[in-house]
Ligand binder design. Structure first.
Ligand code: ZN
Length: 241
């Protein structure tokens, strides 16, 4: 070693929960920008209504050159009760902000973030990683109870008690940001949001490799995303039907 050679920085492994959406992609860019590495991504094939978000998660993971992109298969469809896991329930469209604020919507998937974070925690123990990033957001969050800061803190406390990762930390860097603030932050980090997918109920034209996946533009997720780009003053790259 030459006298002025700096010692290599110790690894800071992190896992990012990846849905292919705007929030989780911003978390991945933040983890990279903050010097975490190696960075791993974890997505879930949980019986959701459509698989386009899995394709988007893989696309984003590849773009960022993550150490490993893991897709976990679990069946939340067996419980149903969410419009995202039960075809008998329609995804609500064109709801205004008052309707969105009125309670937990039918797109809420029972205990989803607890299940996802538990899988990430298990992988974190194996990887000896202390940091898991999750793109939960308490402002523009559709009223899901497992997106609140109190929830994040409680999961972290449980994880420290229940595993060997006594410094385990749930990183939720977007929890207090509006969608517009998230978009401005991510745009500053160079994210191309055109590769992300947020729509709960996309419209597919054509088939096979030529299929064109368009956002519906009317579900809660599309409406929050549209409003976010408009408020941020950033052009919306989403292709709407
Ligand atoms: Zn939509």
């Amino acid at each position: 070693m030459t006298p002025d050679a700096a010692p290599a920085a110790p690894p800071r492994p992190a896992i990012v929960l990846a849905s292919g959406g705007l929030d989780s992609t911003t978390c991945l860019a933040i983890a990279k920008a903050d010097g975490y590495g190696p960075v791993y991504t974890m997505a879930f094939d949980y019986g959701q209504r459509h698989r386009h978000e899995l394709a988007a998660a893989e696309r984003v993971a590849r773009h960022y050159g993550v150490a490993e992109h893991r897709v976990v298969t679990i069946d939340l469809r067996q419980f149903g009760r969410s419009a995202l896991t039960d075809d008998a329930l329609a995804v609500p469209k064109n709801r205004d902000e008052a309707a969105m604020a009125a309670g937990v919507p039918v797109t809420y998937v029972p205990a989803r973030n607890t299940i996802f974070l538990s899988y990430a925690l298990a992988w974190a123990e194996v990887l000896k990683a202390d940091d898991v990033f999750v793109g939960v957001n308490a402002l523009d969050y559709s009223g899901y109870p497992d997106c609140r800061p109190e929830y994040v803190a409680a999961f972290q406390a449980m994880a420290r008690l229940g595993t060997e990762r006594t410094n385990f930390t749930v990183r939720a860097p977007l929890v207090h940001l509006s969608k517009a603030e998230i978009i401005r932050l991510g745009t500053g980090l160079g994210i191309d949001y055109g590769m992300t997918h947020s729509c709960y109920d996309p419209i597919v034209r054509g088939a096979g490799s030529d299929a064109d996946v368009l956002a519906c533009g009317r579900c809660d997720s599309c409406l929050l995303r549209k409003k976010g780009f408009a408020e941020a003053g950033v052009p919306d790259p989403t292709r709407y039907a």
